[in-house]
Design a protein around this ligand. Structure first.
Ligand code: BEZ
Length: 259
């Protein structure tokens, strides 16, 4: 669910229903990265951080032979209910060896905070000449939101400055990492993508802010969330009450040498 989702990171609990309700836009907005992947019939593709399988199903519809993987048992159940072939796996320790033509990922890689391990595992999973095509949060992603969360925790006496629950690299940083693991980077770009939030900032925070809120006593969390919403309103809410999140995407295609 993939969004911003559950890549394959441990530590966040996911509700498939809550994810679809508050973050159903994640799959809808994933179309450009699907186009960059350009799946071919009968290709074998791994969907890394497949979440509830909304985009995995589109790869299957394109005629590819697709395996989805995610860390979240809840989301995998939702993917299985769509009839998809999915397995539970930690994206930092992918258990595949030279068996895929492509590895695809949407809105999941930012949950995997040891990116070197992830890229190494993708490199192992691909056949020679295979491609890695993905989109996830890049440098500056949800900067206002995370700054507000740090501010409310800080004001409550909780040191949040060092919290780095997500990986949001610059294009240069991520390209260097791909190259260190033997990939040639065909394209990589940072794309600001302000994103309308169907259930407002409260819905977004309820779905995704747990990596920050878990550091506060349970009894204080609702108050901290309300304070964060107030802080963000002047920047991210229009006069009609419509909320927009300050998303920035990093989209790339990288290829292994044909060998
Ligand atoms: C994202 O898709 O950019 C995202 C979603 C949830 C938490 C962090 C980032």
């Amino acid at each position: 669910m993939s969004g911003d989702r559950p890549g394959a990171a441990a530590g966040q609990a996911w509700s498939a229903q809550g994810y679809a309700h508050h973050a159903g836009f994640v799959a809808t907005l994933g179309r450009p990265v699907l186009e960059l992947l350009a799946p071919e019939p009968e290709e074998r593709i791994l969907d890394l951080g497949c979440g509830d399988g909304a985009l995995t199903a589109e790869l299957v519809a394109a005629g590819a032979e697709v395996v989805g993987c995610d860390a979240s048992v809840e989301l995998l159940e939702a993917a299985r209910a769509r009839g998809l072939d999915v397995v539970q796996a930690d994206g930092h320790a992918l258990p595949f060896e030279a068996e895929f033509d492509a590895v695809f990922s949407n809105a999941a890689l930012h949950w995997m905070t040891r990116p070197g391990d992830v890229v190494a595992g993708v490199g192992r999973a691909l056949r020679p000449g295979g491609r890695f095509v993905a989109e996830f949060g890049g440098m500056g992603n949800v900067a206002a939101i995370t700054t507000a969360l740090r501010a409310v925790l800080d004001a409550a006496g909780i040191d949040a400055l060092a919290l780095r629950p997500w990986y949001f690299p610059s294009p240069d940083e991520h390209a260097a990492r791909l190259e260190q693991h033997g990939f040639e980077v065909a394209t990589i770009e940072l794309i600001p993508r302000p994103t309308a939030l169907p259930t407002g900032m409260a819905g977004w925070l309820e779905t995704f802010a747990e990596p920050f809120l878990r550091h506060a006593p349970a009894a204080e969390r609702a108050g901290l969330l309300a304070r964060a919403v107030n802080l963000l309103e002047p920047a991210l809410c229009d006069g009609a009450g419509n909320w927009t999140a300050d998303y920035v995407r990093l989209r790339f295609k990288a290829v292994l040498p044909a060998g």
